[in-house]
Design a protein around this ligand. Structure first.
Ligand code: RIB
Ligand code: CA
Length: 313
């Protein structure tokens, strides 16, 4: 079996206070899957500021003893309005010094060096805002020849996005970056909220999830704290969350669990209410979008793989 060589670009907040764990679960699944070969993990700002995301990734990789190239990022979105700054400035964590991670390259340099030294085209998986992928294409346009496809969690077809608005978080945090990716001509496979929200993860689901070791315990604690915080903030009960970012990786490992449609995807860049909204028309354009998924089967598939590989850590 040919393993798929991947660069995973993530805004992993696990390791920061009140953080969801879906990026971490996506990374653990990727490292557990024989179909996938993670060549690098690059840090993007999103769920947490990029410096904290960089530290979180470094911590997770050392916990699971995966010595893959990874990055330190302090970059901000291309977004001139910098919408996500509100979330970053509310961060209760001290900034992370670049000095501590001076041995790590920045995210775009890492992506460029891995792509340019690869003898074959690679898949870039983005599970946070698309800032790094867009900067890569702007700074190293020649690298597009080394990108087989970009597989992303983001956007929505019909479903509402963050805080009741129409735009999904990863796209809304950097719409200009998403627009560059969607108009690049590189094949894009998009996993929107319409499929990532098909399965709610409840406290009892996560209580039985994963293994017996300290990492599993930290993941469960983080997930429960995040579920309770969101349920209290948005006024619903019982608490729940979603494993959004697992879906692009599960698709690469087992496409038969998903229904994909050829489409053309663009992103709205104007209007307070509409900026960051993805516009999807079902036309042949080299892009595809997930319109359905066997969510229970995906969850079990992911749970089993992670348990087998990391259940005791
Ligand atoms: O809207 C869901 C996306 O926002 C996921 O990638 C989640 O991790 C957050 O980054
Ligand atoms: Ca994410």
């Amino acid at each position: 079996m040919e393993r798929i060589p991947l660069i995973i670009d993530t805004d992993m907040a696990f390791g920061s206070p009140c953080a969801d764990i879906d990026d971490a679960v996506a990374l653990l699944f990727a490292f557990s899957s024989p179909e996938l070969c993670v060549k690098a993990v690059s840090a993007a700002g999103g769920n947490a500021p990029p410096d904290r995301v960089s530290r979180n990734i470094d911590m997770l990789l050392s916990t699971i003893s995966e010595d893959v190239p990874h990055s330190f990022s302090a970059s901000r979105p291309l977004d001139p309005w910098f919408w996500v700054d509100g979330r970053w400035s509310a961060s209760k964590e001290e900034p992370v010094s670049r000095q501590v991670y001076q041995h790590l390259p920045d995210s775009v340099s890492l992506m460029h060096s891995v792509l340019s030294s690869s003898p074959f085209p690679m898949t870039i998986v983005t599970i946070g805002p698309m800032t790094n992928a867009a900067l890569l294409l702007l700074q190293y346009p020649e690298d597009s020849r080394k990108i087989d496809r970009i597989v992303s969690m983001g956007g929505s077809i019909h479903m509402e996005g963050v805080s009741g608005g129409p735009a999904e978080f990863n796209i809304k945090a950097d719409p200009e970056a998403a627009s560059i990716i969607f108009s690049s001509g590189i094949p894009v496979c998009l996993f929107p909220l319409d499929v990532t929200k098909k399965k709610k993860i409840y406290p009892e689901t996560i209580a039985s999830w994963s293994g017996k070791g300290p990492l599993a315990r930290k993941l469960r604690e983080a997930s429960l704290a995040f579920m309770e915080y969101r349920a209290k903030r948005d006024g619903y009960f019982p608490p729940y969350s979603f494993f959004h970012d697992v879906l692009p990786l599960a698709y690469l490992a087992e496409p038969s669990l998903f229904t994909m449609r050829e489409c053309r995807i663009s992103v709205n860049l104007v209007g307070n209410a509409t900026r960051g909204v993805t516009v999807v028309d079902m036309a042949d354009s080299g892009m595809s979008i997930a319109t359905d998924a066997d969510s229970d089967a995906v969850f079990d598939f992911v749970d089993k793989r992670i348990m087998e590989r990391f259940g005791a850590i």
